[in-house]
Design a protein around this ligand. Sequence first.
Ligand code: ADP
Length: 348
Amino acid sequence: MINQTENRGITSIIIENLTDGLLFFNKENKVSLINPAACRVFQINKDDILGRKIDDFSNFEKLSNLFYLLGKEIKEYFKKELEINRDLILEVTSIPVEEKGDKIGSLVIIHNVTREKMIEKMKTEFVSISAHQLRTPLSEINWSLEVLGSEKIGKLTEGQKEVLKKAHYSNKRILNLVDDLLNVVKIEEGRRVYDLIPVDFENIVQSVIKLYQEKIRNKQIKFEFQVPNKKLPKVNVDTKKISLVIQNLLENAISYNIVGGMITIKLENKGKEIEFSIEDSGIGIPENEHKNVFQKFFRAENALKKETDGNGLGLFIVKNIVEAHNGRVWFESIKDKGSTFYFSLPVK
Ligand code: ADP
């Protein structure tokens, strides 16, 4: 049997030896415990900090960052990242501690995530450099194939045209993937250099629809574009990015549709927001996969069987772009019936 005293002894040894930093703030927001790992990471002496209030942290070089993150008082559970400098990135978790329903203080756990962050950054950089390097030669191949196909530099036989068409299609697919990867990298690096200007949203949607008219016709899809009678207010958006959102959604509505199906795009004025919706009569998304739809590289099982072309990046990009505009994105879908994807943008 281990008695209580022995137990307390073991607990304090564990706290002393933990590789994660620990700080405990009592009811008065004063530090009543700090372990050696926390002292090391913030380069402070235990005795200098015990009994101090969070406000006093601003007087210590590295601890001041923690003060700005925590604020004067810790009220609730949170997990946040704290970048002290390029070589020190911490994950700070604060947990309110209760005893018999009363709050007796807050525990703050400091976990060093510098290495993980570095690896993540290197991976993103690797994808970014590779995608950039691939883009130029791929565009050149695309251009060359288009020149050959136009027969401006020589007549082609039917067989040659067929081969060229396949090469052009495959090259376009790789180019699309590279473009998607570059968009994902921008999102992951937090590079949101958006050019927000007040625009007529209906015009943007019209321009995107024009790009897909042929595809819609080829699949014999009944297409409808519904707008309210009253002109919609302008929205503050980055036209290129929002066009990309609509392109991705329309492309999906076509790809995952049946031949002879239908697509309806609707714009609605919801007061503080403008709502875009796109309904299709396609294969739908199985309910058990709904929760994963906006995740990177997600592809539903039924989509994998039907359409081998996708890469699962489109909706991840859609969600990030819409949210960067302070908008919302959501969907409804029933397998074998169809899907409706929505997004809303705030009206200024
Ligand atoms: P991709 O279409 O390139 O696979 P997306 O990120 O655009 O990538 O879509 C992710 C997945 O979500 C698709 O592979 C498909 O399973 C599902 N999905 C998206 N839109 C639709 C839709 N309109 N109808 C049915 N499934 C869809």
